[in-house]
Write a protein that binds this ligand. Structure first.
Ligand code: AOF
Ligand code: ZN
Length: 336
């Protein structure tokens, strides 16, 4: 399974709507017959790739897969049937497939007298497809809210200027994180005021294979010459102010991980709706004493009502060329 998990995360596999999956076919004596991994939506599933490599040698084999074999004909055929037809006698998988269109593989295999064991290294398998797993379970994308702040919690000065709060190292790190999501989301006011392009660019060493979708939400009409609508990536205007509706629309477009980069009003709306799953904050050693907070008034007036977050990771982003160190905090809001 360790090997199957490593295959699943083979570098270069584009982040898409499909999960990353690895598969190893073992002979009865435990030697490896063939390996396979999934290379993105529309390409053969990991099991199919391994079976193709094995040919007749798959007869009597054990298939070790990071995800329960699918039982549906989607972009490709059902892996349950392919494993049965190839004469595989045993299937060991990690994560059960709760995807409503694909579900039922283990049952179908058992029906055909294949021995099935599930749940092996399930945590590791779920971790490599965190957003996919979340989106299937919750029927909406996972939401990461990202913001940069000064030491005194300001995201912009009183004149509205917000450029260069975070260091170049922190901005580079942001672009890297953007590239790990499939959607970036801001509100109409951010597009009007800051006119961001919202692409993953230059600053990252390796260009991303697919640019994340650029989504803007809000009822206001926007001029078409805004940079978010340029041809460097896909974009969409979600005509709603309701985070739940916006996420439902993105889910319908097969989006699994939203990187929320909007202003304080949008942040408040998502927090108030309990729709922030992760917070990533870059703290710069800088004081403003006044200026805009990262989040608008949450209606909290006493300390015991504070919204608490749990820190899951701290990273020090060393500054270069005279720039100071920034700190990145990754947190989980406590749901109320
Ligand atoms: C994959 N790769 O190796 C396995 C998958 O888009 P489709 O029609 O090819 O089906 C995607 C679903 O198939 C996916 O969401 C998951 O439930 C199941 N298994 N998918 O992309 C694979 N084994
Ligand atoms: Zn499949």
């Amino acid at each position: 399974m360790q090997r199957a998990l490593a295959l699943a995360v083979t570098p270069g596999v584009p982040l898409g709507p499909n999960p990353r999956v690895g598969c190893v076919l073992l002979a009865p004596d435990g030697t490896t017959i063939a390996e396979g991994f999934h290379r993105g939506a529309g390409t053969p599933h990991a099991e199919a790739a391994a079976l193709a490599e094995a040919g007749d040698a798959a007869r009597g084999a054990t298939a070790v897969v990071t995800l329960e074999p699918c039982n549906h004909t989607g972009r490709t055929g059902p892996c349950s049937e392919a494993l049965i037809a190839a004469g595989v006698v045993r299937v060991v998988f990690a994560q059960p497939d709760a995807n409503p269109v694909a579900v039922g593989g283990a049952g179908r295999l058992r029906e055909a007298a294949v021995e099935v064991v599930g749940g092996e290294m399930i945590d590791e398998a779920q971790a490599i497809n965190r957003a996919w797993t979340f989106a299937i379970a919750h029927r909406r994308p996972f939401v990461t809210w990202k913001f940069a702040t000064t030491l005194d919690g300001r995201s912009a000065a009183t004149d509205g200027t917000s450029r260069w709060v975070s260091s170049r190292a922190a901005r580079l790190d942001t672009h890297r994180l953007r590239g790990l999501c499939d959607t970036m989301l801001v509100g109409t006011s951010t597009v009007e005021v800051d006119d961001p392009e919202l692409t993953v660019r230059d600053e990252v060493d390796e260009p991303v294979a697919i640019q994340p979708l650029r989504a803007v939400m809000g009822l206001r009409d926007l001029p078409t010459d805004r940079r978010i609508f340029n041809d460097r990536a896909e974009s969409v205007h979600l005509r709603t102010r309701d985070p739940e509706i916006a996420l439902a629309e993105l889910h319908a477009r097969d989006r699994q991980h939203v990187f929320l980069e909007g202003g304080p009003t949008l942040a408040r709306a998502f927090l108030a709706a309990g729709l922030v799953d992760e917070v990533v904050t870059y703290v710069a050693p800088m004081l403003l004493g006044s200026g805009r907070s990262a989040v608008a008034d949450l209606g909290i007036h006493t300390i015991t009502d504070a919204l608490h977050l749990h820190v899951t990771d701290v990273a020090v982003l060393q500054g270069h060329g005279g720039e100071d160190t920034n700190v990145r905090l990754t947190m989980k809001p406590q749901k109320r």
